[in-house]
Design a protein. Structure first.
Length: 543
């Protein structure tokens, strides 16, 4: 018999201890089969890779380490590893006097226990120790009835034997504070990187928020982050549900001031992304009035969001000082650069018509991103995409104001120099493709070619979320504008325009925002009036 122990580690920061002598590779595989199954059953705990988060120690039954004279091979340690990992995650002790053996498959292969080798000798050893062996029913034909043996078909039955009938009751779990901290750090890192997709991240944050005995501070932040993830993919009802649950905790006396700022800030971002700018400013005003350390990350984030909303409202000059303060704060205080803060400054400068300064800011942000994120390739490419999108979208807005005589070739060359990576998150990638499509439409002389570009942008539109669909729909709006700029067919322009406007975001606040621009388009009685109405809509469009 051997003793299996497990600890939670982070091998990205902690050195991986050596494998004990006498433990064969297939035995190690069996240990991590058990860890993987424990994670799949536990559900609330979030670990991407068991081998990078758990370390097992296997020793003699008296606690002494393996000395090499005892060889452990095969995957029969899997069940023991499952029990040990469950004990670690739930904080519950295993019933005394029990020994576990059984081979596990991957969680996707079901919960059935598989046969182990030499089970008769294991029973003899357990009987001599006065213990109970819990093992696979698949070995039943090899054994005589014995009070020292409990045979089970599936892993959950072994867990019941080890911990009792309430083995899977969340109320009985005792999550350790260090585990909460470790998972919170990993989730926060994945959020900043957009790892795994926004829907998956939102689900992970929600499950984390609902951990047993979760402290209000962590719960509020997790709910706010979940709401932000849902907002990113325009799942408005889901986002609102999470954010309202977070807001309900604002009055909790155990919440820190920074936690309250996080909740207000995420609500404001939700309002920004749903075109409810005044509501967002009101939320931020409440946050800023609450005081606190003006140099904390959370306070600076609130100011930055206010600057973003002012810029979206057509008041970029008012927001620039706050956006620049956020940029400088993170450049000075973070080892990993956040190109997003440079992005907000680029966007505001572009909206203010300060193109030279915007290009300089883009160059500065690109350099800082390359220097600070050299060892974080995912963050580097993502931040660069947001920076490029802010600049190119601003350049598109500026050239659009010059009409058909604008130097579109220069912007097309810039776009060709920085290709759009298919590995990027949907949000910046689709935005960049929209700008690329709008520029190509201006460069293509023939209607057939331009219609092919337009149709390509609309391809797969029904599979996207509403904001992504709106981005693609805007290419048809740009096609209509380019036709009018060429003094082409106003009927064709109307046709393309109507196709694009079908994809105005369907939620009420967006429709209210766009209503006056859509009314102006409907009332346009000649091509020139229609051209001006389309430009007004595109200039007001925020994303």
């Amino acid at each position: 018999m051997v003793l299996v122990e497990v600890a939670l580690v982070d091998v990205d920061r902690d050195p991986m201890p050596p494998t004990p002598a006498g433990l064969r590779s297939d035995a190690v595989d069996g240990l991590y089969d058990g860890a993987a199954m424990a994670l799949s059953l536990y559900e609330l705990f979030d670990v991407r890779d068991p081998r990078r988060s758990f370390h097992f120690q296997v020793g003699q039954i008296d606690g002494a380490p393996l000395d090499g004279s005892l060889t452990v091979e095969g995957r029969s340690l899997g069940l023991a590893a499952l029990i040990a990992t469950w004990s670690l995650l739930s904080g519950r002790a295993v019933r005394t006097g029990q020994v576990f053996t059984g081979v596990l498959g991957r969680p996707s292969q079901g919960m059935a226990l598989r046969k182990v080798q030499e089970v008769a000798s294991k029973v003899q050893e357990v009987e001599a120790a006065g213990a109970l062996l819990v093992g696979p029913r698949a070995n039943a034909e090899e054994l005589s009835p014995s009070r020292s043996v409990l045979l089970v078909e599936e892993a959950p039955q072994a867990l019941r034997a080890a911990f009792g009938d309430d083995w899977n009751d969340p109320a009985q779990r005792r999550v350790r504070s260090q585990d909460i901290k470790a998972v919170a750090q990993r989730l926060e890192q994945d959020y900043l990187m957009g790892f795994g997709g926004w829907a998956q991240l939102a689900d992970r944050f929600e499950r984390f928020a609902n951990w047993p005995e979760q402290i209000p501070s962590v719960r509020s932040r997790a709910l706010a982050r979940a709401g932000a993830c849902w907002t990113h993919i325009n799942e408005i009802e889901q986002a609102h549900r999470c954010l309202q649950a977070a807001a309900a905790l604002v009055e909790n006396p155990r919440l820190r001031h920074d936690d309250v700022l996080v909740i207000h800030n995420h609500l404001a971002v939700f309002y920004r992304d749903t075109y409810q700018f005044e509501e967002g400013l009101q939320e931020l005003a409440t946050a800023l009035k609450s005081g606190g350390d003006r140099n904390s990350d959370e306070f600076v984030n609130v100011e930055s969001t206010r600057g973003q909303i002012l810029s979206c409202q057509g008041r970029p000059e008012e927001g620039l000082s706050q956006l620049r303060r956020a940029r400088d704060h993170y450049d000075e205080n973070q080892d990993v650069g956040c190109g997003r803060n440079h992005t907000y400054v680029v966007d505001a400068l572009m909206r203010a018509g300060r193109l030279k300064e915007a290009r300089e800011e883009h160059a500065l942000g690109t350099r800082h991103n390359a220097e600070k994120n050299a060892h974080v390739s995912g963050a580097q490419s993502l931040n660069r995409a947001f920076l490029d999108y802010a600049l190119w979208n601003g350049e598109l807005r500026a050239l659009r104001g010059e009409g058909g005589s604008a130097p579109w070739e220069r912007l097309e060359q810039q776009l060709q120099a920085s290709p759009v990576s298919e590995s990027l998150l949907d949000w910046p990638r689709i935005g960049l493709e929209r700008v690329r499509g709008a520029v190509r439409l201006r460069r293509l002389p023939g209607r057939v070619e331009r219609d092919e570009v337009r149709r390509a942008a609309l391809g797969g539109i029904r599979q996207g979320h509403p904001l992504f669909a709106w981005h693609r729909g805007l290419v048809s709006v740009e096609a209509a504008l380019s036709e009018l700029e060429r003094q082409g067919d106003p009927v064709l322009a109307r046709q393309w325009l109507e196709e694009g406007l079908r994809w105005v975001p369907p939620f009420d606040s967006a429709r209210r925002f766009f209503a006056p621009y859509l009314e102006r388009i409907q009332q346009a009685t000649d091509p020139h009036a229609l051209l001006l109405a389309i430009k007004a809509l595109l200039d007001a469009e925020q994303y």
